[in-house]
Write a protein that binds this ligand. Structure first.
Ligand code: HEM
Length: 209
């Protein structure tokens, strides 16, 4: 199924779309800075900062995973043009999230012991570590150099999404309604990939003599 809308395809149109997406991705940071400056981060600013940065990272990760379905349904190449940028913004927020945690909650002592002691942090750490090679290989040069292996490597974003969601769910204290909704979105986005790959296999098998 695809939607027929006249999307902008000119260079200028795509550039404007990229700029708009970059601004949208920077919005959570701008809002946090403005709340910080005006002293509006609540009774525990460090905790609020850490949580808001983590949520922005997770939402941007999901936005990254939405780009391929949107491209398939609309046929517009602009979605794919912003996919890498969204992934990098997600990584950027993850780094800020972990730095905020170290600076305002944990402190810089016994970092490794804490990271490996609490199960929800182990899940977050796994997601972070898996994101590092994705960020490092996101350049055009690396896409060319790795060839087919690039696609295989970047499939680990599905594991990142699952690990990040487990981390999100596990750190919840009481109400997990929000986490369940996000979990449904993660499952839907990963389920779509599984569906497509099964459909391709089915078509391939049907063509075989
Ligand atoms: C070493 C890696 C990580 C550490 C140490 C870490 C640490 C934390 C901490 C301390 C919290 C707050 C828990 C609380 O309220 O007590 C948190 C929440 C959260 N983290 Fe992480 N995290 C890591 C990686 C990640 C990654 C990779 C993502 C997503 C891509 C992520 C997304 C979140 C989200 C969505 C929350 C919940 C925010 C909310 O309650 O609104 N974290 N994390």
């Amino acid at each position: 199924m695809s939607v027929s809308i006249r999307w902008p395809v000119s260079r200028g149109g795509l550039l404007a779309f990229r700029a708009l997406v970059a601004l949208a991705a920077l919005l959570p940071l701008a809002l946090l800075v403005s709340r910080l400056v005006s002293g509006d981060l609540g009774p525990d600013p460090g905790q609020e900062l850490t949580e808001s940065l983590g949520l922005a990272a997770f939402q941007l990760l999901l936005a990254t995973l939405c780009m391929t379905p949107l491209r398939k349904w609309t046929g517009w190449p602009g979605w794919i043009r912003v996919r890498r940028m969204l992934g990098l913004f997600s990584f950027f927020y993850v780094v800020l999230h972990v730095l905020a945690f170290l600076q305002f909650i944990l402190g810089w002592q016994d970092v490794w012991a804490t990271f490996t002691k609490r199960p929800y942090i182990v899940a977050g750490l796994a997601a972070l570590l898996l994101m590092v090679p994705l960020a490092l290989t996101s350049t055009q040069g690396m896409v060319r150099r790795l060839g087919k292996r690039w696609k295989t490597l970047h499939k680990s974003i599905y594991v990142v999404a699952l690990a990040a969601w487990v981390h999100f769910l596990w750190q919840a204290r009481s109400d997990i309604g929000e986490m369940v909704v996000y979990g449904a979105v993660v499952l839907l986005l990963l389920g779509l990939r599984l569906w497509w790959s099964l459909a391709v296999r089915h078509r391939f098998a049907a063509k075989k003599p």
